[in-house]
Design a protein around this ligand. Sequence first.
Ligand SMILES: [Zn+2]
Length: 177
Amino acid sequence: MQRQPLPKFVDARKFVAGGMEIHATKQVAELSRFTAGLANTSGSVDVDLRFFRSEQGFKCITGTALSRVEVLCQRCMTAMPICIEAEFNLAIVWTDEQAKALPKSLDPLILGEDEDLVLADLLQDELIINTPFVSYHDDTVCQVFVPEQEVLPVEVVSDVEEGDTPFAILGQLKPRD
Ligand SMILES: [Zn+2]
């Protein structure tokens, strides 16, 4: 699919009336609030949004944002690639009261009559919510993975029965005269 650069803002109600769709891409580096929680500013976000009027008459925006970015592994503090996905199930409303009256399946997007929808803001809010609080590499690739044998001696000691001193064990190993 040919993706366009994400428009800065759209007239969301007009987009709903026209049944418009957006299939766009946005560089993560341009989303400063989102990158604040990442290891670096590399990567991009693929955005797919559909504007339409639902059967119940709600002005809806649904879709997804899919980003491949890098966060810091909280164990070794080096960058690791992850996929952060956001889902949109929005209904455009004017007031808090209208927002409260929405069915549970729809999240309110409060937007004034002449207010444009700033797409980058919408995107960042949802991506930040979906960023995991902490991330860790798999044990096999993490820089500070502790090999099992380093843990073993502790277990061996705990296996020694009470009364057995290290010398007693040595005695057992020593050939008898
Ligand atoms: Zn790691």
